[in-house]
Design a protein around this ligand. Structure first.
Ligand SMILES: Cc1cc2nc3c(=O)[nH]c(=O)nc-3n(C[C@H](O)[C@H](O)[C@H](O)COP(=O)(O)OP(=O)(O)OC[C@H]3O[C@@H](n4cnc5c(N)ncnc54)[C@H](O)[C@@H]3O)c2cc1C
Length: 555
């Protein structure tokens, strides 16, 4: 009997390993997020966000996320008879996760039901769902973001908007009019330039004279076009009048496959559940959105919204890392003491929490600026103009370091795929790269300062709201102010340092006003007053470590 038991259960009892962190509501367990949802005007949506949180934290959703990553998309260029089909095959786990996200209207809710707090509510639910799997965030975010750009061309919007706003996910590769719902993508980047889209070489020829809303034919390529199974894409191409924005559907209105080829799928570091393709257009049918030559101005309306999602995505990764790190450290004993009670580990965990709370609080504040700006509030529009680029730069830049440190809290287990931490780590650099990489965001902040001084004023008046109550923030903001822009000859060289400090001033102001007192104090002491090292885990000794960690504990 004893021998049989040993074979059944192994030759030892497993000890000192944490239970899995599963089957919990990722919204209800996230105190800073719950508080931010109320503060930023989306209290009315708590039940809906909690429903997304319950799903995302379920053991099933976590398992589907793993499966979707381990069984990534496959390109099927031809059918068995040799006909081109240009399809992408996904694992059922991907379809289920994407379907749930569409059912929860993460791609559409603020446009379906516009009201104060709508973008905050959607942002919070997006943060929850992305904790099941970040890859589905790509088509979800692009479909959410396409609406304002598409509305530039009302007749195209009238035709496509109802499809994009549908709450039914329909994965069929078929003409959009017969489908229960549609998703949108975006194609700007070409081989010779991604940041510099003016270098695009894809050509658009008018079919019948052209003009806004008219049909053109596209010839050329895109080097990155993610989620290529989407039903339509906004793409940039050179028309006679210059770089222009086009709506390019996968199927033509007469029910034929549009004339484009999926050349390859990218073999990516992370975001592996999602497909990112290289495509070529061979006189593909597309419809002009906006004026010829206004391509960047038109598509930037889409990019502005995907940039909000990059900020939310960066904050999401940090929250996921913190939840796992605290969970592990609370169940693991080393030298006879639980890790989360050991002074140095508490410093690491608390520092990760401070960074995560600063990211969450500022991401949701930014989402409110979207709500207010869309409702016509000029001050909010100005704040959003600068704050989006500032936060995209800083939160996305902090994400990989944060993910690496969270991973290390799990020791060797954190380096092993089963823990989910390698997936989090691989995902972490992406939000910084797409929709304008780090330097591009910093240069955008400089551009905003020069072109729209009111946006800088709006930014500093938001910072000032916290400064009066906190001398360390006041001193920090005053010093920063004198350097903006400072010596114009060197401002571009200094842009990263300036934007980093702008981000810290904004996050400090929000934490001082709305964050937990202990978190705000630790933030001001470390990030603003300089009592900090160069790695996480260097908060000053007087910090209320236990209180900060408890606030961020998931279960
Ligand atoms: C997984 C993935 C999916 C993607 N999906 C899509 C998609 O669906 N559609 C799409 O259109 N694109 C997509 N992209 C492309 C992405 O948006 C671009 O890669 C990104 O904008 C950077 O462009 P680039 O690769 O051409 O790099 P470059 O423009 O060559 O930039 C290289 C580096 O130089 C920096 N830089 C650029 N200009 C300056 C400057 N003036 N001063 C200082 N530094 C500068 C950048 O910050 C960057 O770090 C995707 C990329 C990835 C990785």
């Amino acid at each position: 009997m004893a021998t049989r038991e040993r074979h059944t259960f192994g030759n030892h009892e497993v000890a000192n390993q944490p239970p899995p962190l599963a089957d919990y509501n990722v919204f209800e367990a996230d105190t800073p997020l719950r508080e931010a949802v109320r503060r930023e005007g989306a209290e009315w949506a708590e039940e809906r966000i909690a429903a997304a949180g319950a799903y995302a934290g379920s053991a099933r959703a976590q398992e589907l996320g793993r499966l979707a990553n381990e069984n990534g998309p496959r390109l099927k260029t031809h059918d068995r008879f040799g006909n081109r089909v240009d399809e992408v095959e996904f694992h059922p786990a991907w379809h289920e996760l994407l379907g749930v996200a569409v059912e929860h209207e993460l791609h559409s809710s603020p446009w379906r039901d516009p009201r104060p707090g709508a973008h905050v509510a959607r942002g919070a639910a997006f943060m929850c769902m992305s904790q099941a799997e970040a890859g589905i965030g790509c088509p979800i975010s692009m479909t959410y973001s396409v609406i304002p750009a598409l509305r530039t061309q009302p007749e195209l919007a009238a035709e496509w908007e109802p499809r994009f706003l549908s709450s039914s996910y329909d994965p069929a590769n078929a003409p959009a009019p017969g489908k229960a719902g549609a998703l949108a993508g975006m194609g700007m980047t070409e081989k010779q330039g991604g940041t510099d889209v003016r270098a695009n070489t894809t050509v658009a020829r008018a079919v019948n004279g052209g003009g806004p809303g008219a049909e053109y034919e596209l010839s050329g390529h895109k080097w990155f076009m993610s989620a290529p199974m989407c039903d339509a894409f906004l793409v940039l191409a050179q028309a006679d009048g210059g770089l222009s924005c086009f709506l390019f559907p996968r199927w033509t209105p007469d029910g034929e496959r549009n004339r484009f080829r999926l050349q390859r799928l990218k073999d990516k570091l992370g975001n592996r559940s999602n497909a990112s393709s290289e495509v070529e257009f061979d006189d593909a049918a597309a419809w002009l959105v906006g004026e010829e030559g206004a391509g960047v101005r038109t598509i930037i309306e889409m990019v502005n919204h995907t940039r909000l999602d990059c900020v939310l995505g960066g904050a999401t990764g940090m929250r996921a890392g913190v939840a796992q790190a605290i969970h592990h450290a609370s169940h693991r004993t080393v030298f006879g003491t639980v890790l989360s009670e050991q002074p140095l580990m508490r410093n690491v965990l608390a520092d990760l929490c401070v960074e995560s709370e600063a990211a969450t609080i500022s991401a949701l504040r930014l989402a409110r600026a979207y709500d207010e700006a869309i409702a016509g509030d000029e001050a909010a529009q100005n704040l959003k103009r600068v704050a989006n680029a500032v936060l995209k730069y800083w939160i996305c830049k902090r994400a990989p370091a944060h993910a690496a440190e969270s991973l290390e809290c799990l020791g060797g287990n954190g380096y092993v795929e089963e823990s989910g931490m390698p997936r989090l780590f691989r995902e972490s650099p992406l939000n910084s790269i797409w929709e304008g990489s780090g330097n591009v965001q910093c240069l955008d902040v400089l551009r905003a300062m020069i072109k729209s001084p009111a946006s800088l004023e709006a930014f500093f008046s938001e910072v000032a709201e916290g400064a009066a109550a906190e001398p360390r923030l006041e001193a920090y903001a005053a010093a920063l102010r004198t350097e903006l822009p400072g010596d114009v000859e060197t401002v571009e060289t200094r842009a990263r340092h300036l934007v980093e400090r702008m981000a810290l001033a904004l996050q400090g102001s929000l934490l001082v006003r709305y964050g937990d007192e202990a978190v705000a104090d630790a933030f001001c002491a470390s990030r603003l007053a300089g009592d900090w090292g160069q790695a996480f885990g260097t908060l000053p000794a007087g910090t209320e470590f236990a209180r900060i960690i408890d606030r961020h504990r998931a279960v």
